[in-house]
Design a binder for this molecule. Structure first.
Ligand SMILES: [Zn+2]
Length: 382
């Protein structure tokens, strides 16, 4: 989903999907009266700029026919090419590998399970089909989408605590394909399942496994099948090189451990309703609430955050995160300056043509030292 931006000829990066009608009409004025041009964000890296305009009814319209977008661009083709789309009507749509309405009780737990085993209506996945997200990928996309909405509104980086209400608010506009209400409105009592995204307080593994989440007013615990919790804890340890229990005991890490997934309402043999967490993802966020895929990424995102704060660049510099192109880390943009594309690996020739709208900075690890160099490139421009 990273190519849903537009870039203006004054180097500003914008995201029409997060702009309301007034903002779009202001953009129309800029284009028509101030003579600024607007290009699809995917074409910033190529020599053929794909120009767009804003119509009088505030739609984003292409200025030519037969555009060749980057294959990852949201505007590329009739065929869906991303698993998560921020649409230009302000909503977002996620396409998942699994059916969130249901879950399968793990085999290991079935002997002690008194419930009917439900089948997981898995969709057929072949390589030709458009991409679909796992739970973890969906949460990463959702997290990045929330951040993009904030950056677009000029709000930028905030603390992890404040990121949470921003994400909850974004969920009012996020739909899972095949479900006709936004994720925020999924109701445990009416729909028998609901989505959660909260800080993880504790886990209890054993005969009666449960997870405890930090709620708005007080903490709450949910029953979970032991094997689901065990599997997720193993994945966490593999990703971050620390166990969930150790991380929960670590003062520096514990406020940044999040749990997200789906809770289901089920009927027990005794005909009583109970809640169970059937799909769980445990992950770390950085100090701004941004999803981290590993510890290195967490250090790097924190370094960007410190860089912006220590240099008082809140108002002038924006950080745009890129998550689905492994060679790229993100973009730092400053109005009226050429943007800096932070690359983890050098880009193939032609991909980053000299003289285009950005300066690329290649580093395999982002640290305070090379951010000082990046600052020179960004702010020191004539
Ligand atoms: Zn494009």
């Amino acid at each position: 989903m990273h190519f849903n931006s537009m870039v203006l000829s004054d180097h500003t990066v914008i995201y029409p999907a997060y702009m309301d009608k007034d903002a779009r009409l202001a953009l129309r004025y800029k284009i028509q009266v101030e003579g600024i041009s607007m290009y699809c964000g995917c074409s910033v890296f190529s020599e053929n700029k794909l120009a767009y305009a804003v119509s009088s009814d505030a739609r984003i319209v292409p200025m030519h026919q037969k555009y060749e977008h980057n294959p990852l661009c949201i505007r590329a083709a009739d065929k869906r090419n991303t698993s998560y789309r921020a649409e230009e009507d302000g909503t977002a749509r996620a396409f998942l590998k699994f059916d969130p309405k249901n879950f399968t009780v793990p085999k290991e737990d079935r002997t002690v399970d008194k419930l009917p085993v439900e089948s997981d209506s898995k969709k057929n996945i072949s390589t030709d089909n458009p991409p679909l997200d796992s739970l973890g990928q969906f949460i990463l996309q959702l997290n990045t989408d929330t951040y993009k909405e904030r950056v677009t509104a000029g709000k930028g980086l905030i603390s992890a605590d404040y990121f949470l209400p921003a994400l909850t608010s974004r969920l009012k506009k996020v739909y899972i394909d095949g479900i006709n209400k936004p994720v925020k409105d999924l109701d445990l009592q009416k729909d028998y399942f609901s989505f959660f995204y909260q800080p993880l307080v504790s886990i209890e593994q054993g005969e009666h496994s449960q997870i405890t989440l930090k709620g708005w007013k007080k903490d709450f615990s949910v029953f979970i099948y032991s094997s689901i919790l065990k599997r997720e804890c193993e994945k966490f340890e593999k990703r971050y090189d620390i166990s969930v229990s150790e991380a929960l005991e670590d003062e520096k890490l514990s406020p940044f451990i999040m749990a997200s997934g789906f809770i289901y309402l089920r009927l027990s043999k005794r005909d009583t309703l109970y809640k169970v967490c059937g799909r769980l993802h445990i992950f770390l966020v950085n100090k701004n609430g941004l999803y981290c895929r590993n510890m290195e990424e967490r250090d790097e995102l924190d370094a960007i955050s410190d860089f912006i704060r220590e240099n008082s660049l809140y108002k002038t510099v924006q950080f745009h995160r890129i998550i689905d192109e492994e060679r790229l880390f993100g973009i730092l943009s400053c109005q009226g300056k050429r943007q800096i594309l932070i690359c983890k690996k050098s880009l193939p020739n032609g991909y980053a043509a000299e003289g285009t709208d950005h300066i690329s900075f290649v580093t395999d690890h982002i640290s305070s030292e090379n951010l000082a160099q990046i600052k020179e490139l960004l702010v020191g421009q004539p």
